[in-house]
Design a protein around this ligand. Structure first.
Ligand code: PLP
Length: 433
């Protein structure tokens, strides 16, 4: 297939590993290019590296047909991802192509007339969006010959790595803050890999992992969100691709995305930009909104203050999957929100719980706390007149409520407990009227 270089110069030597259309790594700050490898920071300026591609040329119709004929998972977009062409035949957890639910009941409740959709990523193999990023990282780990798959995690990533490593036949050893929700601990441990609780918060866990990578102890280890981070991040682009395809190859007008490290939000923007460049969608303006919990809102605080830098916070929120106090992609999120005319906002834990229950009550979707953050922020921004109710809006639900039962267990209990008799039932006052 003929190829076209989309970012910077291509080095004359062919990449040493086969990751499909991935041509090189390039620095997001200075643009310097590096051969594909387990690198994550620019050797010149320490900026973050990202994957640069030789994207397919040819007609958009041809590419659209090829995608639509592909498997019902993220591998339908293999020509746009850093994975070998035969990726669909390898043992992988094959996430993606989750439902885009037209949320008409919720729209009525929120006064949205332009079409409201929930992209429900609880439908992934380990019930969070993290399966997308890990599935890509597994292919990079294979390509670079790593035998142990690892990560620092706020919970969901640990489970996704455990499952993906089990399926791919790799060893796994993952690191989490010691005080995570029980649902997340069990879901990380059940796949049979090593699970290590660190006495500290996520930022402590992350620092520990960075030390481990630089030490002989971490030799042969692929940390999906550290030394494999450029590849891992690309998995989030598939959310952008799927949403557009499911809308009939059209960009949404507005999208609301939760922020932990900010990687997902930046890559969804990258995905939209690629679809425009490839002619797969019409080039129309879209707005990207970021969502945080008030108890961990460093990006939201910077956005509101008009700052370009993000001041780290010590997280204290029930939305533990988003509790990253020092988000690596924070400044890039600010750029994207400002460039697209979007915003970054936060909600209280109480609003998170209300939003979890609102989504469940109106659409039959039980989201985790991150989903509550995202819908809570959506509601707040509609009420503030920032999100336009007359435009098409997509809200992400990135995880399953079964993982964060504690958030709603106090207020979601049996309506009544009665003896097994009709008299008792009648006395309970539940007969419709
Ligand atoms: C990790 C995670 C996110 C966002 O992650 P980023 O680090 O911003 O890419 C969102 N929702 C859930 C449920 C997550 O686990």
């Amino acid at each position: 297939m003929a190829v076209q270089t989309v970012a910077g110069n291509t080095s004359s030597s062919a990449p040493a590993v086969d990751l499909g259309p991935a041509a090189a790594l390039s620095c997001r700050e200075c643009g310097e290019r590096f051969e594909l490898g387990p690198l994550f920071a620019c050797a010149s300026c320490f900026g973050p590296l990202e994957v640069a591609y030789d994207l397919p040329t040819g007609s958009p119709e041809e590419l659209r047909k090829r995608i639509e004929a592909g498997p019902d998972n993220i591998w339908r977009y293999a020509p746009l991802l850093p994975v070998p062409a035969d990726v669909a035949e390898k043992p992988n957890i094959n996430p993606g192509f989750t439902k885009l639910v037209k949320a008409d009941n919720l729209a009525r409740e929120l006064g949205v007339t332009g079409g409201l959709y929930v992209k429900d990523d609880s439908g992934n193999p380990t019930h969070s969006f993290k399966d997308r990023v890990v599935a890509i990282a597994v292919e990079a780990a294979r390509a670079f010959g790593f035998t142990t798959l690892s990560c620092s995690s706020t919970g969901n990533l640990a489970g996704a790595v455990g499952a993906a490593a089990a399926r791919a036949g790799l060893r796994s050893c993952v690191f989490i803050p010691h005080d995570l929700e029980q649902g997340k601990v069990v879901m990380a441990a059940v796949y049979g890999g090593e699970l290590v609780g660190i006495e500290g918060n996520y930022d402590d866990v992350n620092r520990f992992c960075s030390e481990l990578i630089g030490d002989p102890l971490g030799e042969g280890w692929g940390f999906v969100n550290v030394n494999l981070r450029p590849y891992y991040g690309e998995g989030s682009k598939t959310l952008a691709y799927e949403i557009c395809e499911q809308l009939g190859w059209r960009l949404p007008d507005q999208i609301v995305i939760p922020i932990a490290s900010g990687s997902q939000l930046t890559k969804i923007d990258k995905g939209f930009q690629e679809l425009i460049k490839l002619g797969l969608v019409e080039d129309r303006p879209y707005k990207i909104f970021g969502a945080q919990a008030e108890g961990c809102s460093p990006v939201s605080a910077a956005f509101k203050a008009g700052h370009d830098v993000v001041r780290p916070q010590k997280p204290n929120t029930i939305a533990k999957s988003l509790a990253i106090g020092n988000p690596a992609d924070g400044p890039y999120v600010l750029d994207i929100a400002r460039r697209t005319g979007g915003a970054v906002e936060d909600v209280t834990d109480e609003q998170v719980v209300d939003a979890i229950k609102l989504l469940a009550r109106t659409e039959g979707i039980f989201g985790e706390t991150a989903g509550g953050v995202t819908l809570g922020v959506t509601k707040k921004l509609i009420e503030a007149g920032v999100i336009d109710p007359a435009l098409t809006t997509v809200v992400l639900n990135t995880g399953d409520g079964l993982k964060t039962l504690d958030a709603v267990s106090a207020t979601s209990q049996a309506t009544a407990t009665i003896k097994p008799s009709l008299d008792a039932f009648r006395a309970a006052g539940l007969v419709a009227g």
